[in-house]
Design a protein around this ligand. Structure first.
Ligand SMILES: Cc1ncc(COP(=O)(O)O)c(C=O)c1O
Length: 388
């Protein structure tokens, strides 16, 4: 007999302590509410966390960071950008917004990522960039992808929305390619409510994107010696971050090691148990060089669970286990893209499998070891019910 009692475990819950609340209140009591010293401090803290050579710029979202990247590199009409089919729609939208064409590439099911071979096979004379994604924090094979990019002279934009803390041979994702784009939406490893970070190893790219994200003006309010006097040497947008968000983000960065360690612990406990349940396989990094940042644990259903994805989600929900789906459809199957480019399911068996036959389970710092045990016991009971 199971000793499990019903709990309420949401898929994700931001970890906000008194320190975050104090930091936000301090900004509210200060005269500067946006694009000021907290933003500068947040950028420098984040760059330090990511590691040597990083230039970081705080922006309003990951989508904004991706848009800025394609704008900076002047990718546009007539160009093709290779993107994964298994991703959030923002990855492809950023390409669409600059007038280029996303070329969707399938993923392998065991990692959820595009393989270097699949990327190379999709390159045409029109290809200008690779817009890859580190699926749920599992790093892509960046050394191999960078060799392909160099061979074909392609820009590499890394969508690191779910990959704060993901590293390859110790080097953080986002520093392998030409730009890395992060998300601080509430369910992520760290949050600023809404918000994102653009990082790059190229100093000149950072200078240009700094203009692009803030109207193209040549000085911030604090840098203006005479109030109201500034110039606009470039075209730009308003993708700035507020001081409230940056102050929140700074405290979150200072807690990242603790937050990531809790995720790693929960992930390992859950993965070890799930792997011994017949019909469940875990999407994960395939080598210790590729450090997963454990955004969530995606489990692919087969055996007794086959064809029972939605029933499984309902069973878990009834027991108090929140889940999600990453991602609910291959992006080229979404109406906007299917209408524009057509959709052939046979081209995306990996993305179809994950979208239609997998469940994303929680591993965030809001879970105790008992919570993880309860998820394991719930899945075991569900399997027994399905098999009987
Ligand atoms: C891979 C990926 N890219 C981009 C985004 C968009 O992030 P944001 O909401 O910060 O724009 C998400 C959101 O989850 C994502 O998963």
């Amino acid at each position: 007999m199971s000793t499990v009692t019903t709990r309420n475990i949401p898929f994700a819950r931001p970890s906000i302590t008194q320190a975050e609340k104090d930091a936000v209140m301090a900004v509210l009591e200060s005269p500067i509410l946006t694009h000021g010293p907290e933003c500068k401090g947040f950028e420098s803290d984040f760059a330090q966390f990511v590691g040597e050579g990083a230039h970081a710029l705080a922006v309003s979202s990951c989508m904004a960071a991706l848009h800025l990247a394609y704008l900076h590199f002047k990718i546009g009409a007539g160009d093709e950008v290779i993107v994964p089919a298994q991703t959030h729609t923002a990855t492809a939208h950023a390409v669409e917004w600059v007038g280029a064409k996303p070329i969707f590439v399938d993923c392998e099911v065991r990692t959820g990522n595009m393989t270097p071979e699949a990327i190379e096979a999709a390159i045409t004379p029109e290809t200008k960039a690779i817009g890859l994604v580190h699926y749920i924090g599992i790093p892509c094979d960046m050394p191999a992808i960078m060799r392909i990019a160099e061979k074909h002279n392609l820009i590499v934009i890394e969508d690191c929305a779910l990959a704060v803390g993901s590293r390859i041979d110790g080097k953080h994702v986002g520093l392998w390619g030409d730009a890395g784009c992060f998300s601080f939406y509430p369910v992520k490893h760290m949050t600023t409510a809404e918000g994102g970070m653009f990082i790059t190893k190229h100093a000149d790219v950072a200078v240009s994107v700094n203009y692009l994200r803030a109207f193209g003006v040549d000085r911030t309010h604090q840098e203006r010696k005479v109030p109201g006097v500034y110039d606009v040497p470039h075209l730009g947008l308003n993708y700035r971050m507020s001081e409230l968000q940056a102050a929140l983000g700074r405290v979150q960065v200072s807690r990242l090691d603790e937050l990531l360690a809790a995720r790693a612990k929960n992930f390992t406990q859950l993965k070890t148990a799930i792997e011994s349940i017949d019909g469940l396989s875990v999407v994960d990094s395939q080598s210790t060089q590729l450090k997963n940042s454990h955004y969530c644990l995606v489990v692919v259903l087969d055996g007794p669970f086959a064809g029972k994805r939605n029933e499984s989600i309902e069973f878990l929900k009834a027991q108090g286990v929140g889940t999600s789906i990453y991602y609910p459809q291959p992006v080229p199957r979404m109406t906007y893209y299917a209408k524009k480019y057509g959709y052939e399911a046979e081209a995306y068996p990996g993305a179809e499998k994950i979208s239609d036959e997998a469940i994303a389970l929680p591993v965030g710092p809001h879970l105790s070891s008992d919570d993880v045990q309860m998820i394991i016991e719930t899945l075991t009971r569900w399997k027994e019910e399905l098999a009987s």
